[in-house]
Structure formats: structure tokens, C-alpha cells
Design a protein around this ligand. Structure first.
Ligand SMILES: NC(=O)c1ccc[n+]([C@@H]2O[C@H](COP(=O)([O-])OP(=O)(O)OC[C@H]3O[C@@H](n4cnc5c(N)ncnc54)[C@H](O)[C@@H]3O)[C@@H](O)[C@H]2O)c1
Length: 349
């Protein structure tokens, strides 16, 4: 079992490996109240939810289970409201606690609801997808989408602990496994190029998962509130979020990030910043994981949505490019420049 400490004002541990969920009873015993609210969605296998509920019961807590509708289209204020209603109707107080059990959507939504209900309930994260285990469960970004604005409503609020049980990944469908690898390819590209050989359609090893979390820890500790250095973790996301929104959120997040990394690397190459070896290496990594690589058909509808990015301002878009694998740089470009380069790139594809 790997234990990674996020050394922030309020430090917390991420425990990563098979059987990590068995630490749930001890983690929940930090709630002084009796109730432990498990928030999940209807796509998370019930065996994982039951396992969490029985661990809580055995530790003397009363588990209450709130099941949300799965899918990015439900990552919205409507789901947050359902959580608030559940907490209210069950008389949950600030001495009780919330446990998110699921993928990135559950954890973002449940983390936000927990952070804002009664000005904050304690929150424990139990990630069950590849994206959640390698990325979304750590770093304190919680929130939901608003209209076609991705993650536009949210707050920074860290969990008390993350229990990343890699056994949970065994029930993922092939499609979820493939999409989940989008964020893993991102970590490999920005900081772990030596692990690129390990990328495949199989589940990532515990070592690769912990490697991604170590990278995240470094950036989160350096820039907790995402004002500069941490933006590097958004490699592929400015375009990725636009692809996601342009598809009406039918393209899963990990696949959209893969398209985004390819699009921004093509742009970086055209600008003379990105080495010619980067785009083929990322394409190869995506193919090895089963991710699709042809972003061009969706690009015309995605481009206008780039300006909605949360890091865009009156002066333009902030993009993360790679000079070479493992060497990210941040660059500000006007939206017009990005549009014109991308239009000519798409027309020459
Ligand atoms: N907060 C952050 O820092 C951060 C970082 C990266 C991504 N995200 C967010 O994460 C979301 C994507 O997360 P995701 O890819 O986990 O999607 P997801 O939460 O939709 O999970 C994918 C599907 O798998 C199901 N599922 C969950 N665990 C399972 C399991 N063990 N076995 C079988 N099925 C399971 C879910 O019910 C869902 O249907 C996006 O909304 C993205 O914005 C947030």
C-alpha cells in the first residue's frame, strides 16, 4: 500500500492499493456524529457501495446511502440539490460526515455538496474509476457544470482522506477503462515519460496510479489554489473541455482530454514550441490505451467554445504546451490566433 501525504494547511493522506477501502472505518471515526452519508451514482456497482456501508456499520456508524443519476449531463446543480435535500431530510448535522464513492462526477458533486451544506461537512473520498483514482479525488477541486460551462460552479475543499482501493477498478467496463486512460496519458506526457511503455488497454498498475498521484501532489502543494504553476495539470483540458461541451457532453472526459492533448500539441508544433516528437508520441500513447485520435471532425464546433474556459480572460486563452515530453510550458495566446492556427491545421489534416 502506498501512502501519499498532501502536505497542505490541513494535511491529508491518500492510501493507494488493493484493500485501501478497509481504512474507511478508521477514517469515518474522525466524524464525531453517528451518521455517515455515502453518496454514489447509479452506475457504481452496488457491491462497492455495500462494502463501504458494511465497513461503516461495523465501526458503529449508521450509513445512509444517497444515489445520484450517473453521467456528465447530471453533473449539475440539480444533483447538488438532491444531495442537500437528502442531508436535510435525514437531519444530517456538521458532526456527521459524507463519503463520496464513485468516479470523478460523484466526487466532484458530492465534494461540492459536502463543502457547502451548513458551510461544510467533513468529506472522505473513495474513488472507483481510473480518472478518480489518478486525478480527481485529490487536490480539492469540487463543483459541477453550469449550462455548457464545464465545472463553472465550485469551491476548493479538500477531503479528510482518500482511500484509493485499486480492486474497485476490476468492475469497470472496457469503454470506461479506455476513457479513464486519457488523464493517465496526460500525467505520462507532462511528467512521467519513462512510464509510457507501461500504457496499454489493461488496468493501470498500482505503481502507475501512485506515480500520477505523486505528480498531482507536487503541483497541488506548489499552487494549492490553481493560480499559476498548477495550470500545467490542465494540459489538454482547455481544448478538451471545449470538445466535451461541443458534443453536448456525450464524449467522455478522458476521451475529450486525449483529443485536447493532440489538438494543443499540433498547435504547439505549428507555433514552433513543441518538438516534432511530441505529437506522434501522444498519438501512440492514446492508441496503446484504445483512445481515439481524430479530433478534426469535432473541432469546428469546439473552437468557439474555447473562450468559455475558466482560465480565459480579456487578453486571451492560457494554454499548456509541451516543449518536449516531460517539459510543459504555459503560454497566453489571443483567441483569434488560436482560431486561425487551428482552422488552417484542420483544413490541412
Ligand atoms: N476535480 C478534479 O480535479 C477533476 C480532475 C479530473 C476530472 N474531473 C472530473 O471527473 C469527471 C469524469 O470522471 P470519470 O471518468 O470517473 O466519470 P464518471 O464519474 O462518470 O464514471 C464513469 C462511469 O463509471 C461508473 N463507475 C464508477 N466506478 C465504477 C466501477 N468501479 N466499476 C464500474 N463502473 C463504475 C460510473 O457510475 C459512471 O457511469 C468529469 O466530470 C471531470 O470533469 C475532476
Amino acid at each position: 500500500m502506498k501512502d501519499i501525504l498532501f502536505n497542505l494547511d490541513r494535511p491529508y493522506h491518500a492510501r493507494i492499493g488493493r484493500g485501501a477501502v478497509n481504512g474507511l472505518a478508521a477514517a469515518a471515526n474522525t466524524f464525531t456524529g453517528k451518521r455517515a452519508v455515502v453518496i454514489t451514482d447509479d452506475g457504481v456497482p452496488t457491491e462497492h457501495v455495500s462494502k463501504c456501508a458494511s465497513l461503516l456499520e461495523a465501526s458503529g456508524k449508521t450509513p445512509l446511502v444517497c444515489v445520484l443519476k450517473s453521467g456528465e449531463r447530471n453533473k449539475n446543480l440539480g444533483s447538488v440539490r438532491s444531495v442537500y435535500s437528502f442531508l436535510y431530510e435525514n437531519g444530517v448535522t456538521r458532526s456527521d460526515g459524507v463519503i463520496g464513492v464513485g468516479g470523478g462526477i460523484v466526487l466532484d458533486t458530492a465534494g461540492f455538496a459536502a463543502a457547502t451544506y451548513m458551510r461544510g461537512l467533513p468529506f472522505i473520498s473513495v474513488p472507483t474509476t481510473i480518472i478518480a483514482q489518478t486525478d480527481s479525488a485529490y487536490g480539492g477541486k469540487t463543483g459541477v457544470d453550469f449550462l455548457d460551462g464545464k465545472n463553472h460552479i465550485g469551491v476548493f475543499s479538500h477531503p479528510r482522506e482518500v482511500l484509493c482501493d485499486t480492486d474497485f477498478l476490476r468492475t469497470l467496463s472496457e469503454a470506461e477503462r479506455v476513457c479513464g486512460m486519457g488523464e493517465v496519458v496526460k500525467y505520462v506526457a507532462i511528467a512521467l515519460p519513462h512510464m509510457s511503455e507501461t500504457l496499454s488497454r489493461d488496468l493501470p498498475s498500482d505503481e502507475l496510479i501512485a506515480g500520477c498521484v505523486d505528480v498531482k501532489k507536487r503541483y497541488v502543494e506548489a499552487d494549492e489554489f490553481d493560480t499559476g504553476e498548477r495550470h500545467v495539470l490542465n494540459f489538454g483540458h482547455t481544448f478538451g473541455h471545449a470538445f466535451e461541451a461541443a458534443s453536448g457532453f456525450s464524449i467522455p472526459h478522458g476521451q475529450a482530454v486525449a483529443y485536447g492533448m493532440l489538438a494543443v500539441s499540433a498547435l504547439g508544433e505549428r507555433l514552433g514550441i513543441t518538438d516534432g516528437s511530441v505529437l506522434p508520441a501522444i498519438r501512440q500513447a492514446c492508441i496503446a490505451c484504445g483512445l481515439e485520435t481524430d479530433f478534426a471532425p469535432l473541432a469546428p464546433s469546439a473552437l468557439p467554445l474555447l473562450v468559455r474556459d475558466k482560465k480565459a480572460d480579456g487578453k486571451g486563452l492560457e494554454l499548456v504546451l509541451l516543449e518536449k515530453l516531460g517539459k510543459p510550458v504555459r503560454l497566453k495566446l489571443s483567441a483569434e490566433d488560436v482560431f486561425s492556427h487551428m482552422r488552417s491545421l484542420i483544413s490541412t489534416e
